[in-house]
Design a protein around this ligand. Structure first.
Ligand code: NAI
Length: 334
């Protein structure tokens, strides 16, 4: 099998460190597919990325054909089949949202252009670096000639968090949970939704009502505990661990790419993808939806009912995405 070229940006960061060894071990694309890794960093991160490359060599991974480290986006994305855009500019103290979007525009616009200029014709891109949805929008807008559908953003970590919280509440194995959905922005406004989920083949809302003593109690748990816990889990991890999610984010990024390229096997997952107007989400926004893939890229699942509560929550998150889009438009980034 031909080697797949995978470019990881922010490779010297904590997610990069948790991700690269698993990719090299074949956990992302399968244990029969050789990989070539390209590590993109800013000059200040190059030395640490070179250290990671030495350790990758020391792993003696049979599938790993090459590791290259560079601070040049064109070189990093040359021939890339998969681009995992992890490196981003974090919000520093006192930074306004507009400044954050502008700083990230300075990263994701040139990277989008470099992908268009140099990547393989089949390139698929996942944006992990925050604000992930809008960074993906910026990169896609800068990638002339690459279909916007190739640019996705990571909400799989939110999805896995929702699966785990639901399983824990019902004292069920996570493997029994299917059909959870994350809607909206990868932010505190997101809507983690279990309305169409099943656990061990039974409807999750029904099981929750049974377990918690009625539909009202189940709705209260969803509104007051489940949704805020999932949506604010990133902050909880920072508080408890002392730094932001890394291994769980890497795990989610790996699953996102695997399912995008190899398919979801008929099941549903969640990913932020470009809207064509599905569920009333304005066209062009990169928004999280329930999705499937047959290996040719994520497709939005279109036939789910959203009740009034779900519509209101999705609407609030979409309003935030619209604000972000308008802000980057005003900055001339899209
Ligand atoms: P980190 O700070 O440990 O590493 C980021 C790395 O990116 C640094 O080594 C930095 O030098 C590099 N970098 C910055 N600008 C770059 C550029 N223009 N090109 C290449 N590399 C560049 O951060 P960490 O923990 O690895 O997180 C990375 C991003 O992922 C953050 O934006 C974080 O908020 C986001 N994140 C997203 C999640 C999601 O579910 N979508 C979950 C967790 C984190």
């Amino acid at each position: 099998m031909d080697a797949t070229t995978i470019t990881v940006t922010g490779a010297a960061g904590q997610i990069g460190y948790a991700l690269l060894f698993r990719v090299a071990a074949g956990e992302m694309l399968g244990h029969d597919r050789p990989v070539r890794l390209r590590l993109l960093e800013i000059p200040a991160g190059i030395r640490a990325a070179e250290g990671t490359a030495l350790e990758l060599q020391d792993g003696a991974f049979p599938l790993l054909q090459a590791v290259e480290v560079t601070d040049d986006p064109r070189a990093a994305f040359a021939g890339a089949n998969v681009a995992m855009l992890v490196g981003a500019r974090p919000r520093s103290a006192g930074m306004e949202r507009g400044d954050l979007l502008a700083a990230n525009g300075g990263i994701f616009a040139p990277q989008g252009a470099a992908i268009a200029a140099a990547a393989a014709a089949d390139v698929r891109v996942v944006v992990v670096g925050n604000p992930a949805n809008t960074n993906a929008l910026i990169a896609a807008a800068s990638a002339d000639g690459v279909p916007a559908e190739r640019f996705t953003a990571l909400t799989r970590l939110d999805h896995e968090r929702a699966v785990a919280q639901l399983a824990a509440r019902l004292e069920a194995p996570v493997a029994d949970v299917t059909g959870v959905a994350i809607w909206g922005n990868h932010s505190a406004t997101q809507f983690p939704d279990i309305a169409h989920a099943t656990v061990g083949g039974r409807a999750a809302p029904e099981l929750l009502a049974e377990r918690l003593g009625g539909t009202d109690a189940a709705t209260r748990w969803l509104d007051e505990e489940f949704v805020p816990r999932v949506a604010r889990r990133g902050a909880e991890i920072i508080e408890v661990r002392g730094s932001s999610s890394a291994a769980s984010a890497a795990n989610a990024a790996l699953r996102h790419v695997r399912d995008d390229l190899l398919g979801t096997g008929g099941g549903r997952t969640s990913a932020a993808v470009v809207s064509h107007g599905e569920y009333g989400v304005p066209e062009g926004l990169v928004c999280s939806f329930p999705v499937t893939s047959d290996g040719s890229g994520y497709r939005i699942v279109e036939d789910l009912d959203l009740d009034d509560r779900g519509c209101a929550r999705l609407g609030a998150s979409v309003a935030e995405l619209v604000e972000e889009r308008d802000a980057v438009r005003a900055l001339g980034l899209i």
